[in-house]
Design a binder for this molecule. Structure first.
Ligand code: CDP
Ligand code: CDP
Length: 204
């Protein structure tokens, strides 16, 4: 496909956005951008003492790699810098140009369907209960050897959900034309199949 075709995949933490986005991008041969990684990279810089707006303006591709970006501390820092309008503005153009690339693009985050790509050809809003999402994130963190508890992960998920939903700029909410997939009782394979079917129906 040569004309831009943008797929927006939004939803709360650990709903399955990233896994679904990667599978969808591989299925259609599209490029994928995990926009949470941009906010995580800014959050990580702020934990080192850099000014948030400056960290966002000066972000480079090199800042987007590293296991430390997956940590719960960086996730919290990301959601704190994500309320700052200057940070969101500094990251906007990069996300929009990524979406416009020839060959199709999948972007996952919180505000892709509402703010970054309101004209996206396909929009999905992936959800699951906070308890299910905390279980999934806890399993991932335990497997990577992180010392944490399920209760702590659930508290973190709920705190981040509240901050993401209640912020003034670009809050987490489904776009009016997004199709919602509740993955609470779905296997990841079933969720991927549902996403692909919805997108296929929107292809030219
Ligand atoms: O990107 P996001 O934070 O929304 O979630 P993810 O990183 O894609 O998924 C978090 C974890 O939940 C991963 O280990 C997924 O494999 C798992 N998952 C699952 O077990 N069942 C689903 N229906 C969706 C995700
Ligand atoms: O992987 P997980 O879903 O836990 O989080 P993430 O997608 O890596 O996003 C980390 C944080 O960045 C979120 O809690 C949001 O506060 C922020 N974020 C955002 O505000 N807008 C986006 N498009 C993506 C992430």
């Amino acid at each position: 496909m040569s004309a831009p075709f943008t797929i927006a995949i939004d939803g709360p933490a650990a709903a399955g956005k990233g896994t679904i986005s990667k599978a969808v991008a591989a299925h259609f041969g599209f490029a994928h951008l995990d926009t949470g990684l941009l906010y995580r990279a800014v959050g990580a810089k702020v934990l080192l003492g850099v000014d948030p707006a400056r960290a966002a303006r000066e972000l480079t591709a090199d800042d987007l790699a590293g296991e430390e970006l997956r940590s719960p501390e960086v996730a919290q820092a990301a959601s704190k810098v994500a309320v700052i309008p200057e940070v969101r503005a500094a990251l906007r153009d990069f996300q929009r140009s990524f979406a416009q690339r020839a060959g199709g693009a999948v972007l996952d985050g919180r505000d892709i369907g509402t703010v970054i790509c309101p004209e996206a050809e396909a929009k999905l809003f992936i959800t699951a209960s906070p308890e299910v999402r905390a279980d999934r994130r806890f399993a991932e963190l335990s497997a990577s050897g992180a010392a944490t508890s399920r209760a702590q992960v659930l508290a973190d998920v709920k705190e981040r959900d509240a901050r993401d939903r209640n912020r003034a700029e670009a809050p987490l909410l489904p776009a009016r034309d997004a199709v919602e997939i509740d993955t609470s009782d779905m296997s990841i394979e079933a969720a991927i199949a549902a996403a692909i079917a919805i997108i296929e129906a929107r292809l030219p």
